[in-house]
Design a protein around this ligand. Sequence first.
Ligand code: PHE
Length: 339
Amino acid sequence: MDSKIEQAFEKARSFKPSSPDELERYRIELLGKKGIITELFNDFKKLSPSEKKRTGRILNDLKNYVQQKIQTIGRELSEKDHYTYNIDLTLPANQLQLGSRHPISIVRNEIIEVFARLGFTISEGPEIEDDWHVFSALNFPLEHPARDMQDTFFITRDPDILLRTHTSSVQVRVMENTSPPIRTISPGRVFRNEAISARSHCIFHQIEGLYVDKNVSFADLKQTLEYFARELFGEETKIRLRPSFFPFTEPSGEMDVSCRCRGEGCRLCKYTGWLEVLGCGMVDPNVLASCKIDPQVYTGFAFGMGIERIALLKYDIKDIRMYFENDIRFLNQFSGTLQ
Ligand code: PHE
């Protein structure tokens, strides 16, 4: 037994594994189920009590020695592995994946830029709103059919808490919290209970404009919109205003811009030569009064546009659902636009 232990010690000492595989073989050979040390322990069971005392100590020393050696060499090997990792510095670097802005962000930023040049500030409001800011303060009487055009998602009834259907709610918040002169635009997300199709979605984005001061006239509105249309769609763009209805503006209008086909007729403008882009009008005196602004002293204009729609016209995008699908082939087409 003693000489067997001596041999095992010898083996344990002389062995110098130089790879993790070799180390594992070393471990199995000595400490595995049929390993040398394991068998020595089996023999040990057959010894007499007095022999056990002495041999036991030596055997334990052997086992500890081997375990320690395995641990130390294991650590050394893994460090070595780490530091001698083969790096070829001549290989080309990994490509940095630069994303691109979403077309909605590009167009939103472009619109903001145009109005910033005219001195408009940016204001924001909550997406979860109450009835007052979305409807009542904007001159939509309760039960008025005009509310049907903006059917929304209610979060609670009584009090009515709902997802805003338009950014016009921000008009109210700004007028309640600041006094004229007011010149602001409010970009944001809006929600409507609409069936999703190529032309409409239940989630989309708008930009609202509001100008309130003394002596603001319809001519100011028209001039501002004309400037905006030319900046966004090009110098030769013409605008036309058609009468319309919104509860919160009087008179109200819808603005069309001339189509790129220059009136020759194309699919985009459905052969009319005009593209509808936004709703607008003079702020209704009732709305000013609701927001504690004296309609005898102040007048104002407001407008609101859908960003998806503007981007659709600008980039000739066929289906509004593309904006929300996150298809990389679609989004990649907008890379390189820094706005
Ligand atoms: N809020 C209207 C809409 O969502 C647009 C609008 C804004 C019209 C401001 C007039 C003035 O359709």
